[in-house]
Design a protein around this ligand. Structure first.
Ligand SMILES: NC(=O)c1ccc[n+]([C@@H]2O[C@H](COP(=O)([O-])OP(=O)(O)OC[C@H]3O[C@@H](n4cnc5c(N)ncnc54)[C@H](O)[C@@H]3O)[C@@H](O)[C@H]2O)c1
Length: 327
């Protein structure tokens, strides 16, 4: 099977690529290597795949319809995993138009190309942020999502609506997967697991937004990948499915865990909650269990152990090498 992964050089996309290549699928990656974070990290993420005959890399932008047409016509993918997006809640408040262009128009371009080229299954990377500041927990797929509180969340909700429209009009199989805060090796440098680890290692100020009582459902990357692959194989007609760990972690406890794993005290500076930040997330994953056999295996402490080990091995070692060269 040939799978087109948009955003395949990023955190989640590159882990999915590895899983599909490992089981013998062909993977076509389309990514624009933007500088939302250091594109060198994305180059590194794909470097191990480049010699694989089952792997093709296209640099390109999902906003460029001709480029999409070229990739679809040449590669004829059977299925699509559409994870390319401007991710990140706070930057979406600074650059709402860019988020709309990439996350909404880009998704519409992908849906158009997918239906014209008759792909048999289309996965859309949605987000727990669509639930907004909802108080009812855990969050379940039937809960209303009419009150997003950031442009990012609104673009993901809009993407889901477009997905439904394309399923309805063209019978395209589509599954929207709502990811709940994903972390692990190669994790995004703008997210809390990476930032907290970095700040504690460096002895820098650790910015804690709010009083430390907010909570998140953190999901380890391997568990997310298992859910994505299951959804890819399931060929469901149209579904929205939460992929989370269904365990919440309180911010203060999270910081204490990072201190324990790094072996240093955090220099915590408390700041007000940021606009766009939700107070809690918590996934009801019964639908994923039922439809996909999804069964997350990684407790937060174990996942963070893997992450901090990766951070020591990759990030700290790289920094030490640059220092050695006087760079
Ligand atoms: N990481 C999380 O916790 C999380 C949670 C919920 C949803 N998501 C969603 O999952 C997806 C992947 O997230 P990630 O954490 O791997 O982010 P990431 O930034 O590491 O990966 C996104 C990739 O998409 C590429 N990209 C961005 N705009 C593009 C464009 N216009 N054309 C082509 N490629 C483009 C980027 O270069 C990057 O490699 C995103 O859609 C994100 O919104 C992530």
């Amino acid at each position: 099977m040939k799978v087109l992964i948009t955003g395949g050089a990023g955190f989640i996309g590159s882990h999915n690529t590895a899983a599909l290549l490992n089981r013998g699928d062909q993977v076509v990656c389309l990514d624009n290597f933007n500088d939302y974070y250091n594109p060198e990290r994305k180059r590194k993420n794909v470097s191990g795949f480049l010699d694989d005959i089952d792997y093709r890399l296209y640099e390109g932008d999902i906003r460029a319809r001709e480029r999409l047409e070229e990739v679809f016509a040449k590669e004829k993918p059977d299925k699509v995993i559409h994870v390319a997006a401007m991710a990140g809640v706070r930057p979406s408040i600074e650059r709402p138009l860019l988020y709309e262009e990439v996350n909404v128009k880009g998704t519409l371009n992908m849906l158009e190309a997918a239906r014209r080229h008759r792909v048999t299954n289309f996965l859309f990377a949605s987000s727990s942020s669509v639930y907004g500041g909802q108080e009812k927990v855990p969050f379940s797929e039937d809960d209303p999502i009419a009150h997003p509180i950031s442009p990012y969340a609104a673009t993901k909700a809009a993407g889901e609506l477009l997905c439904h429209t394309y399923h309805h009009l063209y019978g395209l199989n589509i599954t929207c997967l709502r990811f709940f805060t994903v972390y692990g090796p190669k994790g995004r440098p703008d997210m809390a697991p990476y930032l907290f680890t970095r700040w504690v290692f460096e002895g820098a100020e650790l910015k804690m937004f709010g009083d430390g009582t907010t909570s998140r459902d953190y999901t380890y990357i391997d568990d997310i990948v298992s859910g994505v692959v299951a959804a890819l194989d399931a060929d469901l007609s149209y579904e929205i499915i939460n992929l989370g760990n269904s365990q919440t972690v309180v911010l203060r406890d999270f910081i204490a865990l990072v201190e324990k794993l790094v072996g240093k005290k955090a220099n915590i500076v408390q700041l007000p909650m940021q606009p766009g930040d939700v107070p809690r997330t918590w996934a009801d994953i019964s639908k994923a269990r039922c439809l996909l056999g999804y069964d997350p295996q990684t407790p937060f402490e174990e996942g963070m152990k893997h992450f901090v080990a990766w951070y020591r091995q990759e990030v700290l070692a790289e920094q030490a090498e640059l220092k050695l060269w006087g760079l």
